[in-house]
Design a protein. Structure first.
Length: 423
């Protein structure tokens, strides 16, 4: 009976792991009308979760797409969940019954869109799924819960990665359109100024003597005034920060995995979105350089600790723009036979739990990194929009001032010309 009690948990554990292999689908669907994806749910009450993000198909023109519609339909034909006009969303519900569920995307607009889509059907086994009550091992249920939590965080991570891709596309699209519109405005301004100069020269070429001489020179003065009026100086002032900030973390065991990430979150979203980055270094207890990054706005790091002791993580900002850094550090340790007990008392289940917890921590760190990058992308979008408005208003003001100066100068020229002709 004792031998049987040692083997039975492994049989139960295999059943637990097999029961957790809920089907995971990740695909990209090009939507132009209605596209549907089907997923089978084995058990009533299972958790169905996932997310979707519209990834812009044409980053130059379609970044302002108003969104798509999303519906989930049960096997009985009832609408379980729905979203209208969204560019991305997460969903999570308990299956009211087993059967085939339908996930449909509807794009009511003419612009084709690409959708990044992820589904997970989760099932945590109970005593009826595993074995009889006398054979139930709470450790196996705990493993099931850990794996389910890991799948949930993985789904969140995929969603954040897709959002990160969309934000990068939006940034690229906005920058391209800003350049396109700005160049177009300057070309129109230059053409308008040239046409005004040509028209003024034609008017004054019909005059005689003194007026003709002035008509040949003054239009160039007008053009110079137009060009000078466009060279408006833009300046900003902020507090200068040029320091080194360090964070310390103690590592208990040699060979432990030290991982983490950091992202520079713009402190002043209007002016500093183009900050060239900061420097990051990791120093061991012996003073040796373990890892370093130069001039980056965000990065992930991962290394095996060469020895136990206090590790130093330093951020250096060599530029004048103040920056806020979001960072995350995790020291991971998977126990071995020396950490748990003697060889005859070693329980492999505890090692498996430690590995699962370590995997969960790793995915959580990735999730924090992606959230910080998402925040930075949103700040960049806000900064770009504000600067576009600022530059556009400034250009129109300068155009209005230049036009007013031209009108005043032309009226002065014509008033003197009329006075001379009368005399």
């Amino acid at each position: 009976m004792e031998v049987r009690s040692q083997k039975k948990p492994w049989v139960v554990m295999v059943m637990v792991l097999l029961s957790l292999t809920g089907k995971i689908s990740s695909l990209s669907v090009t939507v132009n009308e209605v596209e549907c994806v089907y997923e089978y749910v084995l058990y009533e009450g299972d958790t169905v979760s996932g997310n979707f993000v519209v990834v812009d198909h044409d980053i130059f023109w379609s970044s302002d797409h108003p969104g798509i519609d999303f519906t989930v339909t049960s096997p009985a034909g009832n609408v379980v969940q729905t979203f209208k006009g969204v560019s991305g969303e997460k969903f999570d519900f308990k299956a009211p019954r087993s059967g085939m569920y339908k996930f449909c995307f509807h794009n009511p607009y003419s612009t084709p869109e690409t959708v990044s889509f992820y589904i997970h059907v989760g099932h945590i086994p109970n005593e009826h799924d595993l074995a009889k009550d006398e054979h139930l091992d709470p450790v196996n249920v705990k493993i099931a819960e850990l794996r389910e939590a890991l799948e949930s965080v993985t789904a969140e991570q995929k969603y954040l990665k897709a959002r990160d891709t969309r934000h990068r596309h939006t940034n690229e699209s906005t920058r391209k359109r800003v350049i396109f519109y700005t160049v177009g405005e300057y070309l129109m301004l230059a053409i308008a100024s040239a046409l005004q100069v040509i028209y003024i020269r034609q008017l004054f070429s019909k005059s005689v003597g003194y007026n003709r001489v002035r008509s040949q020179k003054n239009p160039w003065v007008v053009m110079v005034m137009v060009l000078l009026s466009l060279t408006g100086k833009i300046s900003s002032l902020s507090v200068t920060v040029n320091e080194v900030e360090c964070v310390y973390e103690y590592v208990l065991y040699e060979g432990d995995t030290v991982s983490g990430n950091f992202v520079v979150v713009d402190h002043d979203i209007f002016w500093s979105s183009d900050h060239p980055g900061i420097d990051f270094t990791v120093t061991s207890p012996a003073g040796n350089l373990v890892q370093t990054f130069k001039g980056v706005s965000g990065e992930k790091f991962d290394f095996k600790a060469p020895r136990s002791g206090m590790y130093k993580f330093c951020f250096h900002n060599p530029y004048s723009t103040p920056e806020t850094v979001s960072f995350y550090i995790h020291v991971g340790h998977i126990p071995n036979e020396h950490d748990l007990a003697k060889d005859e008392h070693l329980d492999p289940v505890n090692v498996k739990i430690a590995e699962l917890r370590e995997a969960l921590e790793s995915v959580t760190a990735e999730q924090k990194y992606l959230k910080a990058r998402d925040t930075r992308h949103r700040h960049t979008n806000e900064s770009t929009r504000k600067r576009v408005i600022f530059y556009t208003v400034g250009e129109y003001l300068m155009l209005a001032i230049a036009s007013a100066l031209q009108v005043i100068y032309i009226r002065q020229l014509f008033s003197k010309s009329v006075g001379y002709n009368r005399v």
